[in-house]
Write a protein that binds this ligand. Structure first.
Ligand code: ADP
Ligand code: MG
Length: 593
């Protein structure tokens, strides 16, 4: 057979390899994810092309990926039955970067009368393959394209400026179609060549690749084998005629090696929501997030148009313990996949604002690059659109809980995440419309229960224009404040804001259904019952009393006024119209102390 031909890498490739090996991936283990994703792309390509060129699939071979780890020799082989590469493609794809095969394929697709764009093949900057050199010092790619009748072997070494291509001559190594990658691991990285390690990496990073991934695993089964009877025992048995003759056996474990299916080929989020049961969603939740309790709600959706992605979101059954969970957006609650390959769960507010960071779920996009970095995430227009949609879907899901017949569910939600939504009132003006209907408060007429703003509005008296509230440190003190007297007498409902954040949240929202929030402790409270004549009379009558009180209180108060807002209490301390409420003042004091 002809000798191996030597080829120089395009200068950029050498530089790129350098970059990858030294700095691009802080986490070496991603090499497996990259190579599996190439194998999966190759299978995708074959599947897609064979629609118009059925002869490409003339060999009836299953579409799969097989990974074998040889720990004694520190070798990993990854074999796929995909489209493979011709000799020229080996040069173009593995020797240059300008020609990322996937990008080229897409271009060809486009030129080719713009055939369908939904084939999951949107490729990006092609650095994936070279990540093999993160762990291997020699890589051998043996590949057979259905377009060529020869199988070729590409061979490259880490830090080299050239590679070789030769024909595969070893009959034992011939494959009918596809690609086999052999990684000869660096001395310090031989630990990757352990079947259990490979299995773990596949499960973590590539669990939901849509082709079956088999790993070569040692298995065992137990077997009963007959053993010779102890002659003395046998004799004893013979004497006892009633005892049936039993053969003596013992259990042994037989070990053998075999392929084991390691991933789930159909990720639940790719399935039709109509065919997925609530139990399936709950199981997936528990498995993915290591939870024992079922989620409060889930939402499975696909978005189309500008940016396409699929997602399943969940509301967890409880808030994480720990005081500052509410302000810590780094939760690992959202797992991002690109083309079903796990990319990251390490987000810092890119996909959800921090007040919604309790939402858990998976997001799978075809429109992001596999090597997406934090910087890309933060600047990407695609991510911004995704975020907007995710937030809306999260609100729909929460609204769903609030409208469920089971009132307890929403009580549970509110107990756990009410604070988060109130924070949203302060931090996310854009979504006030979505947050406000979800808020709950105690009120002067609700006893032990929380009410919604909708319930409040429905319960308003015919002449009532505003939504009344009072902030206090407890329902009891709110109930007993003198400010309540007049309103109780007029049967006007008042919201009791007893959580310190309530008042700030309400002040940020300002109004609900065109009704303003009005603090009943402020000095200009107008209950629509002013009688100017009478007020004037009374003011005159008591003017000397007022002067006397003013003189005695001095600058402890801003002013002393006659008011009609009390029924039985003789006087009340109120806040100025533009000043802080008493409750806010109390809060500010605790903040500065
Ligand atoms: P990308 O996958 O983004 O294109 P890679 O560096 O991962 O970039 O791969 C470069 C190219 O090499 C691929 O586009 C593809 O054409 C080719 N390639 C890599 N692995 C395989 C494979 N297992 N089967 C067929 N072609 C492959
Ligand atoms: Mg790739």
């Amino acid at each position: 057979s002809p000798p191996a031909e030597k080829f120089e890498y395009q200068a950029e490739v050498s530089r790129l390899m350098d970059l990858i090996v030294n700095s691009l991936y802080s986490n070496k283990e991603v090499f497996l994810r990259e190579l599996i994703s190439n194998a999966s792309d190759a299978l995708d390509k074959l599947r897609f092309l064979s629609v118009t060129e059925p002869e490409l699939m003339k060999d009836a071979i299953d579409f799969d990926i097989r990974i074998q780890a040889d720990k004694d020799n520190g070798i990993i082989t990854i074999t796929d039955t995909g489209i493979g590469m011709t000799k020229q493609e080996l040069v173009d794809c593995l020797g240059t970067i300008a020609q990322s095969g996937t990008a080229k394929f897409l271009k060809a697709l486009k030129d080719n009368k713009g055939a369908g764009g939904d084939n999951n093949l949107i490729g990006q900057f092609g650095v994936g393959f070279y990540s093999a050199f993160l762990v291997a010092d020699r890589v051998v790619v043996s590949t057979k394209s259905p377009k060529s009748d020869k199988q070729y072997v590409w061979e490259g070494e880490v830090n080299a400026s050239s590679y070789t291509i030769s024909e595969e001559t070893d009959p034992e190594k011939l494959i009918p179609r596809g690609t086999r990658l052999t990684l000869h691991l660096k001395r310090d990285d031989k630990g990757f060549a352990h079947p259990e390690r490979i299995e773990k990496l596949v499960k973590n990073y590539s669990q939901f690749v849509s082709f079956p991934i088999y790993t070569w695993q040692e298995k065992g089964f137990t077997k009963e084998v007959e053993v010779d009877e102890d002659p003395a025992e046998a004799k004893k048995d013979d004497q006892d005629e009633k005892t049936e003759k039993k053969k003596k056996t013992k259990t042994v474990v037989e070990k053998y090696w075999d392929w084991e299916l390691t991933n789930e080929t159909q990720p639940i989020w790719l399935r039709n929501p109509k065919e997925v049961t609530k139990e399936d969603y709950n199981e997936f939740y528990k498995k993915t997030f290591n939870e024992y309790l079922e989620p409060l709600a889930s939402s499975h959706f696909t978005t189309e148009g500008e940016v396409e992605f699929r997602s399943i979101l969940y509301v967890p059954p409880y808030a994480p313990s720990g005081k500052d969970d509410i302000v810590n957006p780094k939760t690992k609650n959202i797992r991002l996949y690109v083309k079903r390959v796990f990319i990251s769960d390490d987000f810092d507010g890119e996909l959800f604002p921090r007040y919604l960071s309790f939402v858990k779920g998976v997001v799978d996009s075809n429109d992001l690059p596999l090597n997406v970095s934090r910087e890309i995430l933060q600047e990407s227009r695609i991510v911004r659109i995704m975020r907007k949609r995710l937030v809306r879907k999260a609100f729909d899901m929460i609204l769903g809980i609030s409208m469920s017949d089971n009132r307890e569910d929403y009580e549970k939600f509110w107990d756990n995440f009410g604070k988060h939504l109130k924070l949203g009132c302060i931090e996310d003006r854009e979504n006030h419309k979505r947050i406000a209907p979800l808020l709950r408060f105690y009120s002067s007429q609700s006893d032990e229960d929380f009410i919604s703003l909708d319930e409040y509005v429905e319960n308003m008296t015919p002449d009532q224009k505003d939504i009344y509230y009072i902030a206090a440190d407890s329902v009891n003190s709110a109930k007993n404040t003198p400010f309540m007297e007049k309103l109780a007498e007029k049967d006007l409902e008042v919201l009791f804001l007893v959580d310190p954040i309530d008042e700030v949240a309400i002040q940020n929202i300002k109004s609900y259904k065109e009704k303003n929030f009005v603090d009943i402790s402020k000095e200009d409270l107008d209950l629509g019952d002013k009688n100017e004549e009478k007020e004037k009379e009374i003011k005159q009558e008591f003017s000397s009393t007022i002067d006397w009180i003013k003189k005695h209180l001095g600058d402890k108060v801003a002013s002393v006024q006659i008011s009609n807002r009390l029924s039985s209490s003789p006087c009340v301390l109120v806040s100025g119209k533009f000043g802080w409420s008493a409750n806010m003042e109390r809060l500010m004091k605790t903040q500065t102390m």
